[in-house]
Design a protein around this ligand. Structure first.
Ligand code: SAM
Ligand code: SF4
Length: 336
């Protein structure tokens, strides 16, 4: 699938739940939240059917996300179904990591959740880690889960994923003192660390002039302790991150600048499916289209395929975060 601006769509991000066991300040409101009723959430068979249709249109890469995808009950059943779709060459998961060490049963064998995901063909995991300081972790996520998240990272390493990425959201006044420690930790364990600019996709107080830390400034802060970074434009993962190499080291770190990188959208290859069955052509736009309705009304694969094509046709040239803040649209409900 290709849109009007030449973006080739090969990557689908599927949010499987709007629920989460953490309460990150930038992602969801701190007060008690209303979850979507169960009947509104796509069933695993429904998700797998839509993914199968998407693969007939050139989608080869899928990332399961949320909310926290590993909180959804029996989530391994979804991975079992996805493993049966041969055209899906690259399967990844985004998680806060806290449930990766949990022991689960797969066909009579006990293993960690991380090992079970690997067992079902998950190749990459992206794990959120904004700080290595326990008190700060609790202040940011609302939960005292640093130790179990680090145990989750150990479980992921033991499970043998092809790549483990760490995602750190930059927040002035909260975690800017942690950047060198996170780099050191990632380097020590072989994780690819990326720093992400705060995006305005949650409650109104998320992004202010005071707490926004642009990637260029984060880079300067980092260079104060590491020495000069070298740009590595030749190194690309599947997303918009810009990579740099540390001096006297092989280690790379990435910067994802949704707000200040003006080339951010140029190579966009993504489409998103929310947990309640909305197809979103762009994270940073209000546009979304309900594919659950035709799906549940008995639409054929061809009709669903046309639905995908029509949504891709509506993909904007670039996101409009910079002009159009979305104070009421919660990241946790869209799927990051
Ligand atoms: N629960 C999983 C996790 O935390 O990785 C998956 C879903 S989460 C919404 C996906 C990613 O979005 C995380 O790396 C998180 O840090 C990021 N994220 C959430 N809200 C954000 C915001 N307002 N700005 C930038 N990144 C955000
Ligand atoms: Fe949950 Fe992930 Fe959002 Fe944090 S970023 S509240 S872990 S969904």
């Amino acid at each position: 699938m290709e849109d009007r601006f030449g973006h080739r769509i090969s990557y689908l991000r599927v949010s499987v739940t709007d629920r989460c066991n953490e309460r990150c300040v930038y992602c969801m409101p701190q007060e008690l939240q209303e979850w979507l009723p169960r009947a509104e959430i796509l069933r695993y068979e429904e998700i797998a059917r839509l993914v199968r249709v998407a693969t007939t249109l050139g989608v080869t890469k899928l990332r399961v996300t949320g909310g926290e995808p590993l909180t959804r009950s029996n989530v391994l059943e979804l991975f079992r179904l996805l493993a049966e779709i041969p055209a899906l060459r690259d399967l990844g998961v985004s998680t806060n990591g806290s449930l990766l060490p949990r022991i689960v049963d797969v066909a009579g064998r006990r293993m960690t959740m991380a090992a079970a995901l690997r067992h079902y063909g998950v190749r990459t995991v992206n794990i959120s880690l904004d700080t290595l300081d326990a008190a700060q972790y609790t202040a940011i996520t609302g939960r005292d889960f640093l130790a179990q998240t680090l145990a989750g990272l150990d479980a992921a390493r033991a499970a043998g994923f092809e790549s483990i990425k760490l995602n750190c959201v930059l927040m002035r006044g909260r975690n800017e003192d942690q950047l060198p420690a996170l780099i050191h930790y990632a380097g020590e364990h072989g994780y690819l660390l990326r720093f992400i600019e705060l995006m305005p996709v949650s409650t109104t107080d998320v992004l202010t002039e005071e707490n926004f830390l642009p990637i260029a400034e984060a880079r300067r802060l980092i260079e104060r302790s590491t020495g000069p970074l070298t740009a590595r434009p030749d190194f690309k993962t599947n997303g918009p991150a810009l990579y740099f190499q540390l001096p006297n080291s092989e280690q790379l770190i990435g910067f994802i600048g949704a707000m200040t990188d003006l080339h951010f959208c140029e190579s966009c290859n993504k489409l998103r499916l929310t947990c309640e069955g909305k197809l979103r052509p762009c994270l940073g736009s209000y546009l979304e289209f309900d594919i659950r309705e035709p799906l549940r009304a008995g639409a054929s694969d061809e009709v669903l395929a046309q639905f995908f094509r029509d949504v891709v046709d509506r993909k904007p040239q670039q996101h409009d975060f910079r002009e159009n803040y979305q104070p009421n649209r919660k990241m946790v409900a869209i799927g990051g």
